[in-house]
Design a binder for this molecule. Structure first.
Ligand code: ADP
Length: 264
């Protein structure tokens, strides 16, 4: 077991599960629809852009959206070493998701132990290679997956995504308390959809309010990592499965994420 905060070490095996990564970071939220998957995927892409070797694990087994955001399809094969071969973004970023294993219109109906089993399989039976970071997109709300992860390996920490709306902030506080209960350190909070810059008039509209996450972060003693505005380009990119291309080509769209990622 290594000290994950020190990022300049070679990847080491984590515990008994055979995953070789310097740092495992879970991205969670109190409720769905706040942009957790978009932020998790974008953090992975930004770290990759900064030169890190990154894997992305979609642990939102009941609502996997990472394949859609990245426009990835396919069925993971079993390699010669009997490990599951993740689907690759480009030739360097392995991605694993329940979305690759079930038909898009099929619901996953599982009890806790099956969920536990699939998460462990994603971690230990997948051929991730040597990673600097494994970013995990968590399911919203529930503590099941957080508990499984915390038992399986030592995480470097978690990032909590929320919108500035009061109800979302209350749920975000629950997510913080959930991570604390399972002893996953909290690296910080990201405020998504904080303000909309109108491309026509240049005015900023605070559709969901503004600054709430910064205040709640302070109240709960959690670092505030930054905010991401509502950006139509991001929504369209996600819908069209072109998040990677858009973040790669659009410096303005990725600027807030670079700020968040650098403060991780
Ligand atoms: P969650 O994982 O919390 O359910 P998603 O990441 O799937 O949320 O995002 C929900 C929807 O909001 C998606 O259509 C996504 O493209 C959009 N979205 C997320 N963040 C932003 C943003 N900052 N600007 C515009 N659209 C966003």
């Amino acid at each position: 077991v290594i000290d994950f905060v020190v990022h300049d070490r070679p990847p080491a095996r984590i515990g008994q599960i055979g995953l070789r990564a310097k740092s495992v970071i879970a991205v969670g939220s109190g409720k769905g629809g706040v942009g957790k998957s978009t932020v998790a995927t974008s953090i992975a892409l930004t770290l990759r852009r900064l030169g890190a070797k990154v894997g992305l694990m979609d642990a939102d087994v009941y609502g996997p959206s990472v394949p859609h955001l990245l426009g990835l399809t396919g069925r993971p094969a079993i390699g010669e070493n009997k490990k599951i071969e993740p689907i690759m973004l480009g030739d360097d970023m392995p991605v694993m998701s329940m979305g690759f294993l079930v038909e898009p219109d099929q619901a996953v109906i599982w009890r806790g132990p099956m969920l536990h089993g699939s998460i462990n399989q994603f971690l230990s039976d997948t051929d991730w290679g040597e990673l600097d970071y494994l970013i995990i997109d968590m399911p919203p709300g529930t503590g099941d997956v957080a508990l499984t992860l915390s038992q399986a390996l030592p995480l470097a920490g978690s990032v909590v995504v929320c919108t500035p709306q009061e109800v979302a902030l209350l749920d975000a506080i629950k997510a913080i308390s959930m991570f604390r209960k399972v002893n996953i350190p909290i690296l910080g909070m990201v405020e998504n959809m904080s303000g909309f810059l109108c491309p026509d008039c240049g005015k900023t509209y605070d559709i969901f309010g503004r600054g709430g996450a910064r205040d709640k972060a302070e109240e709960t003693n959690v670092p505030f990592l930054g905010g991401m505005p509502i950006d139509i380009k991001l929504r369209v990119a996600g819908d069209e499965g072109r998040l990677a291309e858009v973040l790669e080509s659009d410096a303005a769209a990725r600027a807030p994420l670079e700020a968040v990622t650098k403060s991780l």
